[in-house]
Write a protein that binds this ligand. Structure first.
Ligand SMILES: [Zn+2]
Length: 131
């Protein structure tokens, strides 16, 4: 059994696969973080754009992210913490994503806010811890 690209213990068909294929909605903000990580690994910019919040999607530059994704190798995702956000239908997820770019293994540590729009979780905004 091969584990999902996101680094979960589940196979991709029971994890990010159906979400990226549009067959299933991400049921939790954590599931969406995982699906977005796998989308980066696959270079699926369409999914990344589609899963942004309508208000903040303009801040996501598909071309910049595409070239970064193509030049990087993605190793896995670690969910550090999940908690409800300040507003209703909002959640905060802290995660670390491991990847290699420019021949160096790096870690992206981010605290992201997710908001639910019409029953669907979307990525609202992200910041580095301490920003
Ligand atoms: Zn996954």
């Amino acid at each position: 059994m091969t584990h999902c690209t996101c680094g979960s213990a589940r196979p991709e068909r029971k994890c990010c696969g159906p979400i990226l294929a549009g067959k299933k909605l991400a049921e939790t903000p954590e599931a969406l973080v995982r699906a977005r990580f796998t989308a980066f690994a696959r270079g699926d910019l369409e999914f990344l754009v589609a899963s942004c919040h309508p208000k903040t999607v303009c801040r996501f530059d598909p071309e910049v992210n595409r070239s970064w994704a193509e030049q990087s190798e993605f190793h896995g995702l670690e969910i550090v913490a999940c908690r409800p956000g300040a507003a209703a239908d909002s959640a905060i997820v802290e995660f670390r994503a491991a990847f290699t770019s420019d021949g160096m293994r790096r870690q992206h540590h981010e605290i992201s806010e997710f908001r639910r729009v019409d029953g669907r979780w979307t990525f609202y905004d992200g910041k580095r811890p301490g920003d």
